[in-house]
Ligand binder design. Structure first.
Ligand code: ADP
Ligand code: ZN
Ligand code: ZN
Length: 806
């Protein structure tokens, strides 16, 4: 008997908690390994799954064959498989779905849907040929084409009019079946501006003229050339070069997206606090022990330099390192310094890359070509071997939480991964999350503090402006207080720069009828529409539905439509009016669309092409622009009213971070905060820039309410386009939880904070527990209930450690 396995157990991206066993053909037996991806049949579909085990166990069932092996070398090693299993358990997510997000290799495989005749279809087709005369209708045409061979929809659409709807009908009637066929994608088919070519060798063979020219050019000009640039030199070069690549005369590959590094700086000499931080981190790396360090450093204290040195320490030990950032496009400064320090030794995993680019970067890491990676949330899965260090920059940032399945938190996965890999993990922030700071207090994490700014620069001076007094004194509802206007004036005259934070986009936040008070609501969601003046439309910020502003009130026919509340677009507009001479840039999701837009706006601002930058929370994140001496916060109260126990924490973080943008150069900074809640502790302590006091106050509130970090929390949402269905489902969960398991408290079911979202009605149950284990078991029971009852796959949402309760 052969020593090679005959079967493999495969984890598939389906919502079931089990593996599926397939048969390995003779040719695959010695090649398929644990951690490799395979394509297998599943019902009528073909799916990509991950092999977890190969074996020769006797099995009685009739099993199907593995169709194709995608990886000769496993893409997941034992560590990543173990991590995936932890995520599936902790976040109550199907393992196959976890694997799907772990490796961004979708770009290497594309799906092609093909149609073929079923047996009944074949009979019908034959029958039709016998009957049909010279006139054949579209249906017959399609059946005839498919009788020859299986075809894609686009192919059929080219030959037959209205093919799509006919095919759907034929599928429904059981005459035609469809299959999703994964295709390995050829990088040569990428567009010219993503490919580069280099010379390999000459040939004696006769080549077409273009190819000869291109090959000669490449030989004369050594090194890689972008295909679109070649095209400018020789017309038709892009096609000719691809042909040369197929003949192995030229090397064509994807251009490695490179990090721009305009501000290459030599390493700084560490100051005393930085040196202490570095020592703690590097000793853990050298000793190969697991350690989580909370690097709590005030804004401008030089955390980045500590990160970079620590990465060097990991590399010097022969280990690898990973840097996670909230949204890389928002922190070009970090990426740039990173590039100038590590250059080609680093890979970036950028959320703005397309699938093919992401897959290429992932491969470089997997193949060991690079030993450092920087990226956003999902980079926590980068397949680095012998990982010595993970850094999570701005660890408090909400973008680390994935808001779709699997709903993991990148920071927490980083800690677990580090523990499994015996690595050091550094959580850095000026405003650590309550959870992390509390863990440091409990000595689960080592606390490292950088209490002062670099070179003892003063923290910016923060002044609160009570907008209620401002109104009483001026009797006008102005966006800017007189104090803010004067301060801006002064800075402009001194040739210094100003940042203004308005954490809401759009022009007006409500469109209402003056006569009857009706507010314009989204048709899909129970939220008000925001007016965007540039597009002259109302937009829903939850589902992106947009509409023209009605000329008459839909309820009472009155023509008095008014616009209330303000957003960043209006701030920019009013600012132009108040300072007609000033050069003003705006940064929010409406002005930043393309990948490189953030960087372009920030670079221009840094280069002083603008005097002022207005924006949403995007402008508050991590930027280091020395000439900014004034930060104005237009409306500090926006986040406070949110129905979420983290509202105060978020407000404190946002204000502190925004204030921290001021005075990072040699001139001290000033911060003006406009508010109508000057006595609220989040605003008061942010103004005082006193993390300690905020932390203590907030912690006592969390303790009293049994909110995290004093309990484990899970948000369970059921949703359906049919309100009764949503209610029934939430009732079923409620009765599962009656009486609640010991240690669990259940709040709800009740309507969610946004009761209707994207056309679905939503009900919510909030589970608080003092035991993680009991919570996990209970959530799995809920999930199994949904599976047993065959609920729609999207009806149940389980969010463990939710960051948003909406
Ligand atoms: P943080 O991330 O803590 O807000 P940064 O890492 O952006 O702070 O550092 C603030 C500034 O101080 C940057 O311009 C950085 O280049 C500079 N810097 C960092 N470390 C030193 C040092 N040891 N000596 C002098 N300048 C430093
Ligand atoms: Zn009205
Ligand atoms: Zn909507």
């Amino acid at each position: 008997m052969s020593a090679f396995p005959f079967y493999c157990d495969v984890s598939l991206p389906v919502p079931l908690d089990r593996t599926f066993t397939y048969v390995l053909a003779q040719t695959l037996r010695h090649r398929v390994q644990r951690g490799s991806r395979v394509i297998v049949p599943f019902g009528a579909r073909k799916l990509t799954g991950v092999v977890l085990r190969t074996h020769q166990d006797q099995t009685e069932q009739k099993l199907r064959d593995v169709i194709r092996l995608l990886d000769e070398q496993p893409v997941f090693d034992d560590h990543l498989i173990e991590l995936a299993q932890w995520i599936a358990g902790y976040y109550c997510a199907p393992l196959g779905e976890v694997f799907r997000v772990m490796a961004p290799l979708g770009g290497e495989v594309s799906q092609r849907r093909t149609y073929s005749l079923t047996d009944t279809g074949r009979d019908a087709a034959r029958q039709l040929f016998l009957e049909a005369g010279s006139e054949v209708d579209a249906t017959t045409q399609i059946l005839r084409l498919l009788d020859e061979r299986p075809l894609s929809e686009s192919h059929l659409a080219r030959k037959v009019e209205k093919a799509a709807s006919i095919i759907r009908r034929l599928v429904k009637n059981g005459l035609v079946s469809m299959e999703d066929d994964p295709l390995q994608r050829d990088p040569l088919r990428s567009p010219a501006d993503r490919l580069q070519a280099a010379f390999i060798r000459r040939t004696e063979d006769k080549l077409p003229k273009r190819e000869r020219e291109v090959l000669a050019y490449l030989e004369l000009h050594p090194g890689p050339h972008a295909l679109d640039k070649l095209e400018e030199v020789i017309k038709g070069a892009a096609t000719a070069t691809r042909a040369l690549a197929r003949k192995q005369l030229a090397d064509v590959r994807l251009i490695q997206p490179s990090m721009s590094s305009p501000h290459a700086r030599p390493p700084h000499r560490l100051n005393t606090s930085q040196q202490l931080a570095y020592n703690t981190i590097s000793s853990a790396i050298q000793e190969r022990i697991y350690r989580t360090c909370l690097l709590h450093g005030v804004t401008g204290s030089g955390k980045t330099e500590v990160y970079l040195r620590s990465i060097e320490a990991a590399l010097a030990e022969g280990r690898t390192a990973l840097l996670l950032v909230p949204e890389i496009a928002l922190t070009p400064a970090v990426a740039a310094q990173f590039a100038s320090r590590f250059g080609d030794r680093a890979a970036i995993l950028h959320s703005a890359f397309n699938d093919t680019e992401r897959a290429a970067q992932w491969r470089r890491i997997h193949d060991g070509d690079v030993r450092v990676a920087v990226g956003t949330r999902s980079a926590v899965f980068a397949p680095l071997r012998d990982l010595g260090l993970i850094i999570v920059d701005e660890e408090h940032d909400n973008s680390y939480k994935q808001e779709e399945n699997p709903r993991y938190h990148g920071r927490d996965v980083a800690v677990v991964r580090a523990r499994m890999a015996k690595a050091c993990v550094v959580l850095g922030s000026a405003t650590p999350s309550l959870e992390s700071r509390y863990n440091a207090e409990l000595e689960k994490y080592s606390l490292i503090e950088l209490p002062e700014r670099i070179e003892k620069r003063p923290m910016p001076e923060v002044e609160l402006i009570d907008m209620r007094d401002e109104f009483l004194e001026t009797r006008t509802q102005a966006i800017f207080s007189r104090r803010l206007i004067t301060a801006i004036q002064e800075k402009l005259e001194a040739n210094e720069q100003v940042m203004l934070l308005m954490n809401r986009r759009g022009f007006s936040s409500f469109v209402t009828c003056r006569a009857c008070g009706e507010r314009m609501m989204c048709v899909n969601c129970s939220v008000t529409m925001t007016y965007h003046r540039r597009d002259r439309r109302m937009l829903c910020h939850y589902c992106n539905h947009s509409e023209k502003v009605p000329s008459k009130c839909p309820k009472c026919d009155s023509e008095y439509i008014q616009f209330l509340g303000s957003g960043s677009e209006k701030v920019e507009d009013e600012l132009h009016r108040a300072f007609p001479e000033a050069r003003i840039a705006r940064m929010d999701r409406d002005t930043v669309s393309g990948k490189r837009m953030h960087e372009a706006i920030l670079d221009a601002f840094r280069a002083r092409e603008y005097d002022m930058l207005v924006g949403t929370q995007m402008i508050a994140k991590g930027h280091d622009i020395p000439n900014v001496t004034l930060v104005g916060i237009i409306n500090a109260d926006i986040g406070l009213g949110m129905p979420d126990f983290r509202a105060a924490e978020r407000t404190f973080q946002l204000l502190t971070q925004a204030a921290g943008r001021a005075g990072r150069g040699n001139i001290p900074g000033q911060v003006l905060v406009q508010t109508i809640n000057p006595d609220h502790y989040a605003i008061r302590f942010a103004a005082a820039q006193d993390y300690r006091l905020f932390y203590e106050k907030e912690l006592s509130f969390r303790r009293a309410m049994r909110y995290p970090p004093f309990s484990a929390l899970a948000n369970v949402i059921v949703r359906s386009e049919n309100k009764e269905d949503a209610m029934t489902m939430s009732g079923e969960i409620a009765s599962l939880l009656t009486p609640p398991p010991e240690s669990i408290r259940v709040l709800g079911p009740s309507e969610a904070a946004v009761p209707r979202l994207k056309r679905e009605f939503r009900y919510q149950l909030l589970l608080k527990s003092s035991s993680r284990r009991v919570l996990a078991t209970t959530l799995h029971q809920i999930r199994h209930h949904a599976l047993d009852r065959k609920w729609n796959a999207t009806a149940l949402v389980i969010d463990v450690d939710p960051m948003s309760l909406m």
